[in-house]
Design a protein around this ligand. Structure first.
Ligand code: PHE
Length: 446
């Protein structure tokens, strides 16, 4: 077992996995997808997807990583040599690389907003003008690239410092901080006049939404993205685990915290949106245009709220981006026999460069350059969220359900001879693959 690989402590692993899961997906993406897809009905389907598909696949990733003791490609090969399953690993490295390329861009926007609140620059933006403020910023060239690169430097620095001194340590600081800020913000938001309306939007389903297939596809896509599934981040993290960690309870903890975090983020955002009579279905601009309008109307407290909110989102994004970079860094370290430091710098630089066209595509110099009619950032986002992640998840579920010897898989998770273990295997054999396949088909046809 001691193959020279760095190790997380038990708590360090849980915090790092929660840190990977909790990110832009829980705040930026969850709020606008839920807002677009009707609130409570989406939330219900999303929670079902998390438990029926997300949790079993998450546990599958944990057992593959801990058993394989290597990066995502190496872990598949270690368990099942000379078999085509490693394709799932390559897909994972590609997805992690692509997602990080645009994730860094959006995180850069968050850091720019944080900076604008701290320096008071937002004080000069009048009511109704945040759309222009945001549009002018992302439509620039130097601005979005500068903030993207700055964010990526932090990501590289942490991965460069190693599993224990970089990833584990940063998450031990970030996660408790996130929890405190989030609870504080939710407490405040719930005292606003629109709190009741916000709660109704989030918790009282509009039943007609259940008849729309798009809501199911959105929910499963969100479940994969928010739990960092289908691309090997959780496989890679679990490869740094000691044997004695209880995997099912770790998976349960990650799912619980991630879901709570998204719901509480909704409790911060929607009461504020309704208090000021704004639109919950505003799309990806929800946290960059709608929320700042809200902060603006709150006066002095609004600035404090803005600083805390964007600081929260920035560190949540950082801890997720670290896990995305670690997937490719761990792969390159083994594949090319590179040191961690060299790998972090080279891979980090290449991902950042690849992200630049995304940074320039939102109204900037590259906005005319489209792929399948989509700006570069949106094309990479759609390709990964709609196709690569579900496909990766499908391979992982089928691998543990059918490819890997059942006795060994159950032994690795500590679920031998238990009803839970049997249920898990059958979820991976039938329920998760069917669910994912239907959604993939819907995405391909739609
Ligand atoms: N789960 C992260 C979020 O919610 C994003 C992510 C996706 C991170 C895939 C790692 C892998 O923001």
């Amino acid at each position: 077992m001691s193959n020279g690989r760095e190790r997380f402590s038990k708590l360090g692993f849980i915090l790092a996995a929660v840190g990977s899961a909790v990110g832009l997906g829980n705040v930026w993406r969850f709020s606008y997808v839920a807002g677009d897809s009707g609130g409570a009905a989406f939330l219900l389907i999303y929670i079902l997807c998390i438990f029926l598909v997300g949790l079993p696949v998450l546990l599958a990733e944990f057992s593959i990583g801990r058993k394989g003791q290597q990066d995502v490609v190496g872990s598949f090969n270690a368990i099942s040599p000379q078999k085509p399953w490693a394709i799932g690993g390559f897909l994972g490295v590609a997805s992690a690389f692509l997602i990080l390329s645009f994730y860094g861009v959006i995180a850069g926007w968050v850091v720019y907003f944080l900076y604008s609140y701290v320096t008071g620059a937002t004080g000069n933006v009048g009511t109704g003008e945040y759309g222009d403020f945001f549009g002018a910023f992302i439509g620039g060239a130097a601005g979005p690239v500068f903030w993207q690169v700055l964010f990526m430097i932090f990501v590289v620095a942490i991965v460069f410092s190693g599993v224990k001194k970089g990833i584990e340590l940063s998450n031990k600081i970030f996660m408790p901080l996130l929890a405190v800020i989030l609870i504080f913000l939710a407490g405040y938001s719930l005292t606003l006049d629109g709190a009741g309306e916000g709660l109704t939007f989030l918790f009282t389903p509009d039943w007609s939404a259940f008849a729309q297939p798009g809501v199911y596809a959105a929910a499963i896509g969100q479940a994969f993205f928010t739990l960092s599934l289908g691309m090997g981040a959780m496989i890679t993290y679990a490869s740094y685990l000691p044997k004695d960690t209880n995997l099912p309870s770790a998976a349960g903890t990650v799912v619980t915290f991630d879901t709570l975090f998204a719901i509480v983020a909704g409790l911060v955002i929607f009461p504020a949106v309704f208090t000021f009579g704004l639109e919950p279905g505003a799309g990806p601009g929800l946290i960059f245009i709608t929320l700042p309008e809200v902060f603006n109307q709150m006066g002095g407290t609004g600035t404090l709220f803005g600083i805390l909110f964007f600081f929260l989102v920035a560190i949540a994004a950082l801890s997720s981006a670290i896990s995305l970079l670690e997937v490719s860094v761990a792969y390159a370290m083994r594949k090319f026999n590179w040191t961690r430091r060299f790998s972090a710098v080279v891979v980090g630089a290449v991902v950042t460069l690849f992200g630049i066209p995304s940074a320039l595509s939102q109204g900037g110099p590259l906005s005319e350059f489209t792929i399948f009619g989509l700006p570069f950032l949106d094309a990479v986002d759609t390709l990964t969220d709609k196709y690569f992640l579900p496909l990766g998840g499908l391979v992982i579920a089928l691998f543990v359900g059918w490819g890997w010897n059942k006795v060994d898989a159950l032994k690795e998770t500590g679920l031998t001879n238990s009803a839970l273990g049997t249920a898990w295997i059958w979820f991976l054999r039938i329920v998760a693959p069917l669910g994912i396949a239907v959604i993939l088909l819907l995405n391909i046809l739609g």
